[in-house]
Design a protein around this ligand. Structure first.
Ligand code: ADP
Ligand code: GLC
Length: 489
């Protein structure tokens, strides 16, 4: 059966993942298919593609990435991911590299060319496949030229007449902003080069193209969809977003409980559920051992942090309060990679507080699960958080988060001291407020184990299913198919 919805994405778990985008794409298209709209995914064929579980085979050689662009080609590979067709765009000089977007020293110099090519190839592939999809749903700046391509192709090709485009913003801080010289490379008509199109203060801004030309724009939580209309969170695009406010929707991500479920997580040393928490104690003991932390921490709270070591995630706030945390006699586990200065600092703390702090500077999927399970408290002091999945996983693993009141964190955590509280929230990203919130969590853990257990159980009962989010996307798809088109001038 041909696909009604095509998802265009630069990451899809388990093939590729650098953060939450990969997780979302590993679950949302399947949810949409199961809800009755057969879907497919188009993504790059990276050198570092994990293909063990789902073998990949050649689907089409030399797919023309053609008119009105120079006649180049891409080989298309495919895999069957639980019944979902995933198409991989292969072009060695662009994607056969060690990383997805760049190395420690910075982004790849040709990221514009790489992802312009990817978007062109995705459009060409959909045309080659022959059946116009009902919806093309593109994600992040790497796929953001899809809506303008479809918008302008509608003028020359009836193929796209009935196709609606949806563009999802997962993080406004990454915009794909490049020199104006690269505009020619896009092959877009000159009329796209203006303040209502892809031009942004004299530069090419790919993300802006997605926002301007999509039939609907979505972001990954209701709170973030409101925040980005303000100067504080808009990353310079708040004006553009306000002009499209009527077409902007906030749809909360789900969590994939096929992958993140402590009662049947194969990488944990002990499984557990809200009704039987014994396995969580096993997970904690084994985690302390695995990471070389003092066994005495079994009697003290252990605080976990998992995430990109960047300002967004507030890792610097964790560092600022580290001496206070040590004075409170707790354990701290950090898993992440990111800015070299932040990575070095994490390792310095590990050496300064042996047995109390551990830092794993790498990207290790299995360890992320074991930290979620083996910690008592999850730290997520993000300065902004479009949705955030790690706090959803922490909830499911009975590890109440301490988080900032922003974006998806605000939308997913019920703050203490509500009866059905699932975590702790603080308002402003300052070390003082963060520390105060962590102190509140530690006090409750120490002084009222029954209340703590109730909180764990409430957290584990949260159910952010993809089915629920998928239904909202389907309502949106159906709404725009009834004729709404973008209000581009
Ligand atoms: P973001 O997409 O902003 O990085 P999310 O909370 O939405 O944040 O998703 C992060 C995803 O990446 C989660 O699945 C988390 O477990 C994973 N992750 C982040 N850093 C690491 C790491 N160093 N090792 C393993 N998994 C990581
Ligand atoms: C981005 C955001 C994160 C969100 C993820 C998936 O990486 O930073 O908050 O959960 O995308 O939508």
């Amino acid at each position: 059966m041909s696909a009604q919805v095509f998802f265009i994405t630069s990451e899809i778990y388990p093939f590729s993942k650098s953060g939450g985008l990969g997780d979302v794409m590993g679950a949302l298209p399947l949810a949409i298919s199961r809800l009755g709209m057969p879907s497919a995914v188009i993504t790059p064929f990276y050198g570092r593609l994990s293909t063990a579980e789902f073998p990949i085979r050649l689907f089409m050689s030399a797919c023309p990435v053609g008119y009105p662009w120079p006649p180049v080609t891409a080989d298309i590979y495919t895999a069957d991911y639980h019944g979902l067709p995933v198409y991989f765009i292969h072009r060695g000089e662009f994607f056969d590299r060690r990383f997805y977007y760049g190395e420690h020293s910075g982004d790849y110099f040709d990221n514009a060319e790489r992802f312009i090519f990817f978007c062109k190839a995705a459009v060409s592939l959909m045309e080659e496949l022959g059946d116009p999809p009902a919806v093309v749903h593109a994600h992040e700046w790497q796929s953001a030229l899809i809506p303008p391509y479809v918008y302008f192709r509608r003028r020359v090709s009836p193929f796209w007449d009935k196709t609606a485009t949806v563009f999802t913003l997962h993080n406004l801080a990454f915009q794909g902003r490049f020199s104006s010289r690269l505009f020619d490379e896009t092959g877009l008509p000159d009329e796209a080069w203006n303040a209502g199109g892809v031009e942004f203060y004299g530069d090419l801004n790919m993300l802006k193209g997605g926002i301007a030309y999509a039939d609907a724009v979505t972001t990954v939580s209701p709170s973030y969809s409101r925040e980005i209309l303000t100067e504080k969170f808009g990353c310079g695009l708040d004006g553009v977003l306000r002009s499209r406010e009527f077409h902007l929707h906030g749809i909360l991500n789900g969590a994939d409980y096929n992958v993140w479920e402590p009662s049947r997580d194969p990488v944990l040393p002990g499984v557990y559920s809200a009704g039987d928490l014994e396995g969580k104690t096993v997970c904690k003991r084994e985690l302390l051992r695995e990471l070389g932390l003092e066994p005495a921490l079994m009697e003290r709270p252990v605080l976990g942090f998992i995430g990109r070591l960047r300002g967004q995630k507030g890792i610097d706030l964790v560092y600022r309060i580290m001496p206070d945390l040590m004075a409170l006699n707790v354990g701290v586990i950090i898993l992440g990679e990111g800015k070299p200065a932040h990575e070095r600092k994490a390792v310095e703390f590990m050496h300064a507080y042996p047995g109390r702090v551990t830092a794993v500077v790498s990207y290790t999927e299995d360890l992320a699960h074991r930290i979620q399970a083996g910690s008592d408290i999850f730290l997520m002091p993000s300065r902004y958080e479009p949705c955030g999945l790690t706090q959803m996983y922490a909830l499911r693993y009975g590890t109440p988060p301490v988080a900032t009141a922003v974006g998806g964190l605000r939308d997913t955590i019920v703050p203490w001291p509500a009866d059905n509280a699932t975590g702790f929230i603080f308002l402003n990203s300052t070390p003082g407020e963060f520390l105060e919130a962590v102190r509140r969590a530690i006090r409750l853990w120490e002084q009222n184990r029954e209340a703590w257990r109730r909180m764990m159980v409430a957290a584990m009962g949260q159910n952010f299913t993809w089915e629920r989010s998928g239904r909202r996307y389907i309502d949106l798809y159906r709404g725009i198919q009834q004729g709404l088109r973008p209000d581009v001038e």
